[in-house]
Design a protein around this ligand. Structure first.
Ligand code: ATP
Ligand code: PRP
Ligand code: MG
Length: 281
């Protein structure tokens, strides 16, 4: 049975379980459950702290895990990112009280609080900067006010937490993170990994694309198909009405409204957009 680690709480937890549910897997019903066995699909899900997931996978105790790229790198585990999942995006950045620090070089000799010393220490080393890294478990934004640090390095999503603490980012982003799938990456894929991966890809495609159907006169089909090239090739079928065709194609969700405007402008009618529930490309 494929053993999969899923974040049990925090920013990635709900989205990870939702994605697995959409991929047809049984997920825990109770937020306190530690393990769920999906007998039908031969997968066992372990709900673990997101920070620990890469370690279990790297040790080979579990086959696959969903975690953040930042947590994977911070752990130093021998695990490998095999796919991105399109949620949990954030940047990892230096920040300090507004107006105090403006560049990484000014961090020399200062105290930097972070929950990610495994990212920050090697990063400073690469930059040739010597600072004192203070490891804290969370709420690092408060550490400066409390006199424990001069700057922080932390996850920034909307920037709300930083603003509330009177902090400002400076320097280049240290890292861009998002939710990823990790495996041990030792060359031999565990049984069931290929299917697991294909199912998650199916959810990502279903979320990224919509299905678009429209009718158009046959002399404009070539123009229309240029607007909706699809993934492989659009389906074009004759309509009962002479000189008209029906076209069906997958279109990126975020461009759908614009594509509909453009299709309408060249004479397409009956343009319909529907959600894709699942797919295998
Ligand atoms: N707004 C966000 N806040 C925190 N983490 C986020 C956010 N957006 C994405 N993430 C990602 O979530 C992961 C961290 O998860 P989480 O915050 O649940 O862990 P933690 O801080 O170690 O645990 P906890 O906060 O429960 O003590 C990281 O990969 C991080 O990049
Ligand atoms: O830019 P924002 O949208 O404000 O999000 C970023 C904040 O969210 C996370 O905190 P979390 O809630 O996980 O608490 P923690 O600091 O205790 O980990 C992270 O550590 C930042 O503090
Ligand atoms: Mg957190």
């Amino acid at each position: 049975m494929l053993k999969v680690a899923v974040p049990n709480k925090g920013a990635l937890s709900e989205a990870a379980s939702l994605m697995l549910t959409e991929a047809g897997y049984r997920q825990r019903r109770n937020a306190k459950d530690l393990v769920t066995v999906d007998h039908d699909n031969q997968v066992e899900f372990f709900y673990l702290r997101p920070r620990d997931i890469a370690i279990y996978v790297g040790e080979g105790t579990l086959d696959v895990g969903i975690t953040g790229r930042d947590l994977l790198l911070d752990s130093g585990a021998q695990a490998e990112e095999i796919m991105t999942l399109g949620f949990g995006a954030s940047t990892f950045r230096f920040a300090a009280p507004a107006g105090t620090l403006a560049a990484e070089s000014e961090l020399a000799g200062r105290r930097i609080a972070t929950s990610y010393p495994g990212i920050v220490r090697p990063h400073l080393e690469r930059l040739g900067i010597e600072s004192d890294v203070v490891r804290l478990d969370g709420a690092v934004e408060t550490s400066i006010r409390l006199g424990v640090a001069d700057a922080i390095a932390d996850v920034v999503e909307t920037g709300t937490t930083l603003r509330q603490a009177g902090l400002e980012v400076f320097g280049e982003p240290i890292l861009r993170s998002e939710a990823v799938v990790v495996t041990r990456g030792n060359g031999t894929d565990p049984d069931g990994l290929e299917v697991f991966r294909r199912r998650l890809e199916s959810v990502i495609v279903a979320r990224t694309y919509v299905m678009m159907d429209y009718d158009i006169s046959t002399d404009r089909v070539e123009d229309a198909v240029r607007l909706t090239p699809g993934i492989e090739s659009p389906t074009v079928s004759p309509l009962h009405r002479e000189g008209w065709a029906a076209v069906r194609s997958m279109v990126p969700r975020e461009t759908a409204q614009r594509v509909m405007d453009d299709l309408f402008a060249i004479g397409a009618r009956g343009i319909l957009v529907t959600d894709i529930l699942a797919c295998r490309i």
